[in-house]
Write a protein that binds this ligand. Structure first.
Ligand code: FES
Length: 159
């Protein structure tokens, strides 16, 4: 398939280039998936089809591998990964209420991602900064003293 950056260069797209490196060798499936994951941030349906054709591995086998290993994902990563600490210090200061508020505002449950892939919500164990409890992390950046009444403010900054 032609490159998606333009319609007339005739160059293979990036996924084709990756897949073609392995010259139809099915033993390179994991390596191929790792490179595709690195390129796209996930394994797209389109990539699964290309890998299947090129390496001669049934799509069902590719899905089995992708779902078995946690390093692979079939969904694009969310733009904002919101992690709410549910360690003891954060929990006793109302982290569970913040989670409920995030769920309500985003229309998703913990462990889910919004349809537009903008927000993912998860909970974690102690993030190692209990003095700032309750704590959340957004894409690895720590926000302290995040009580349920701060959820709107946090989300308003993530546009
Ligand atoms: S319990 Fe939340 S940072 Fe330690």
């Amino acid at each position: 398939m032609a490159c998606k950056n333009c319609t007339n260069c005739g160059q293979p797209d990036k996924i084709d280039k990756i897949v073609n490196k392995f010259k139809g060798d099915p033993t390179e499936l994991i390596h191929c998936l790792q490179l595709v994951q690195e390129e796209q941030g996930y394994i797209s349906q389109d990539a699964v089809k290309k890998i299947s054709v090129s390496l001669g591995v049934p799509e069902s086998d590719i899905f089995s591998v992708v779902t078995f290993y946690s390093q692979f994902t079939l969904k694009p990563k969310a733009q904002y990964n919101i992690e709410v600490c549910m360690g003891t210090a954060c929990y006793v200061l109302g982290a569970d209420k913040s989670i409920k508020k995030f769920e309500e505002k985003l229309g998703i449950k913990v462990g889910e991602q919004t349809e537009d892939n903008k927000y993912a919500l998860c909970q974690s164990r102690c993030l190692g900064c209990c003095g700032l409890a309750p704590v959340i992390s957004v894409n690895g950046q720590i926000h302290g003293k995040v009580t349920e009444d701060k959820v709107d403010e946090i989300l308003s900054k993530l546009k």
